[in-house]
Ligand binder design. Structure first.
Ligand code: ADP
Ligand code: ADP
Length: 224
């Protein structure tokens, strides 16, 4: 079957993680979210976590030399041979070049970049209500997608918490960082014919239907 080598792009809170949870099941993709990997490292107090933590707390990008190796290592894993979904990487043009170089070294290429768009005002509403389970990172929203029992994950029963960097001042800064460093990637991928745009203001299931239809078409096309 044709590979789906995919990148999820979009501002914080656009719904990347929420959609990834669903797409990974639909298409059987290896899923790598650099934010999740880094948060786990901070929690473990590993060397990587110590190097990344202060940047994450401020909402700044963690330096490339800390992040790039994490992704390169994972794309080479056997579980990612049939396709992968990267969430939160690349976040600047240098990281985008790294992915290209790494894939061409492996004789592979990107299939598509899925951009989930969302206006700034909505980002703030999404992130101020975001809740995440401590065990597996399952996502909820206090208003838009509440758990059945307050503060408890429906899927694994663990505690729900708010991320430290989801407080309003840090969110504003993360949006600036996105605009300056990450959003130029959309144009870059558009020029290469890889970009697919999705309206992140629609309901979770509508966004999911749109992305799934687009990926099903891409897979069919690549098999022809
Ligand atoms: P969101 O999903 O809300 O956009 P993430 O979970 O992807 O946020 O990222 C949280 C933080 O982890 C970022 O603010 C940044 O400090 C760090 N981070 C994640 N991915 C990268 C990356 N590719 N390069 C640099 N820093 C990153
Ligand atoms: P990202 O990974 O892009 O930072 P998340 O997937 O973590 O974004 O979503 C941010 C918050 O918004 C979460 O609380 C999630 O439950 C909620 N959310 C995600 N998609 C939608 C949607 N389409 N409509 C309403 N709320 C959503």
């Amino acid at each position: 079957m044709a590979q789906l080598n995919l990148i999820l792009l979009g501002p914080p809170g656009a719904g990347k993680g929420t959609q990834a949870e669903r797409l990974v099941d639909d298409f059987d993709l290896a899923y790598y979210a650099t934010g999740d990997i880094l948060r786990a490292a901070v929690k473990e107090e590993s060397e990587l976590g110590r190097r990344a933590g202060e940047y994450m707390e401020r909402g700044d990008l963690v330096p490339d030399e800390v992040v790039v190796g994490l992704v390169v290592d994972r794309i080479e894993r056997s579980e990612a041979q049939d396709g992968f979904l990267l969430d939160g990487f690349p976040r600047n043009p240098d990281q985008a070049r790294t992915i290209d170089d790494e894939l061409s070294r492996l004789g592979r290429q990107l299939t598509a970049v899925l951009l989930i768009e969302l206006a700034d005002g909505e980002v703030i509403r999404r992130l101020s209500g975001r809740r995440m389970c401590v065990k597996n990172g399952h996502l909820y929203h206090a208003e838009f997608d509440p758990p059945k029992r307050e503060g408890v994950c429906d899927q694994d029963g663990s505690r729900l918490v708010q991320r430290d960097d989801d407080h309003p001042d840090t969110v504003k800064h993360r949006l600036e960082v996105y605009r300056e460093h990450t959003s130029p990637l959309a144009e870059l991928y558009e020029e290469r014919g890889l970009l697919r745009r999705f309206d992140g203001s629609r309901s979770t299931s509508e966004v999911h239907d749109h992305i799934r239809a687009s990926l099903a078409t891409l897979r069919l096309e690549s098999e022809l």
